[in-house]
Design a protein around this ligand. Structure first.
Ligand code: GLU
Length: 376
């Protein structure tokens, strides 16, 4: 009887397990494919981000827009553009099914790949830093601190302290019973008087001089060493100041913490900046960040390099400059809802346009300004 019950239990557990497994495997098979998009009325989500998407008299143009138009004619689709103000809204629109596809300056990221599908990469991009053309706030405490704390400076400052303290002791010891009486016999205040003398010697001035033989030998040595050291010290400061004024304040990601940095809402640049412990001001439109930079509300803008370079070569010419290396390489892609049947034909069209020269002529049309500015 007991055995019989055990067998029954076992059968129940087995049945349960089978149910669990069959459930999970069927969940893997079910793909939540979006309804097939209507090729006669594709909703293409985009946002203004020159030169990829430009709005001119309520008409869209730009590299991405024209690339899409060429793709649409390849796949024989009719489409209309749906404008969003930032990348967050673009993602939400494609996710909700409002948009069939999105094209702008959308970076392919691991996180987005989990929720969406991307086309083949359509553009090589990456993040870079833009600052005002006068990226130099003049002489500031911050700059002095930078000079004093960088390179060999801390070591040199230590050496300077040693060059005051050591001769002070030697001179005090040799002179404390001397005839000149310019140094007290007692350690205090004698050592202070000697240190005062030694600072004077380092700076090239000696109001009083030691009178004893050893006092003078020590003093002469201290003065010689100080002379050599001080000229080296001055040269180092001069070089550091010159280099700083040539380089400007912000030249790479290491200069960003503590500065006012702007970018766009929900962008890859915003998440990159957070990894640097920089909390950026996020603007909806990139143009707003450019204005804030010029109004000195920001110290730098971190954003997609081709967008920054285009701005620096056109509207922002002589007002802004792009500095430092590419912080992170990225690729743009065309965005689809997961499982979209559009992806394959769009990929084919994209490759055809690359092969037949259309892609290249669009590239030259929209990036010639950037190219010639960079060649200058
Ligand atoms: N490449 C950026 C991204 O995908 C652009 C963001 C934007 O258009 O503001 O996050």
């Amino acid at each position: 009887m007991l055995n019989h019950l055990r067998n029954l239990n076992f059968a129940a557990v087995l049945l349960g397990l089978m149910l669990v497994f069959s459930n999970s495997s069927s969940a893997q098979v079910v793909v939540t494919a979006p309804p097939a998009p209507d090729l006669n009325n594709l909703h293409v989500v985009t946002r203004v981000v020159p030169p990829f998407v430009v709005k001119d008299n309520a008409q869209f143009k730009g590299f991405s827009i024209e690339l899409w138009q060429a793709i649409a004619s390849q796949i024989k689709a009719t489409s209309n553009f749906v404008e969003k103000s930032n990348i967050k809204e673009i993602l939400a629109s494609v996710k909700s099914g409002e948009g069939d596809v999105a094209i702008a300056a959308i970076s392919i990221t691991a996180q987005r790949e989990q929720e969406f599908d991307f086309s083949q990469p359509m553009f090589d991009s990456g993040l870079q830093i833009m600052v005002r053309a006068d990226n130099n706030s003049g002489f500031s405490i911050w700059q002095v601190w930078n000079i004093l704390s960088s390179g060999a400076m801390p070591f040199l400052l230590g050496l300077l302290a040693a060059l005051i303290i050591i001769p002070a002791h030697l001179v005090w010891y040799a002179e404390r019973r001397g005839e000149s009486h310019f140094i007290s016999e007692r350690y205090f205040p004698g050592i202070w008087q000697a240190a005062w003398w030694s600072i004077g010697a380092a700076a090239g001035q000696q109001p009083d001089s030691p009178a004893s033989k050893w006092g003078r030998i020590m003093a002469a040595l201290a003065i010689l060493v100080s002379m050599v050291f001080m000229s080296y010290f001055q040269a180092t400061i001069t070089t550091a100041l010159t280099v700083q004024s040539l380089r400007g304040d912000i030249n790479g990601p290491e200069d960003l913490p503590g500065r006012k940095v702007g970018t766009t809402t929900g962008s890859t640049a915003a998440s990159y900046l957070k990894t640097l412990d920089v909390n950026p001001t996020e603007f909806s439109k990139i143009a707003e960040a450019f204005t804030a930079l010029q109004n000195k509300q920001l110290d730098a803008v971190v954003f997609d390099s081709p967008v920054l370079l285009f701005y620096a070569a056109t509207e922002g010419r002589n007002k802004v400059q792009v500095v430092g290396p590419m912080l992170r390489k990225e690729n743009y892609g065309i965005l689809f809802p997961r499982g979209s049947t559009l992806r394959k034909p769009v990929n084919e069209a994209l490759l055809t346009l690359r092969e037949n020269g259309t892609y290249e002529s669009l590239y030259n049309k929209w990036f010639s300004a950037t190219q010639s500015a960079n060649a200058n």
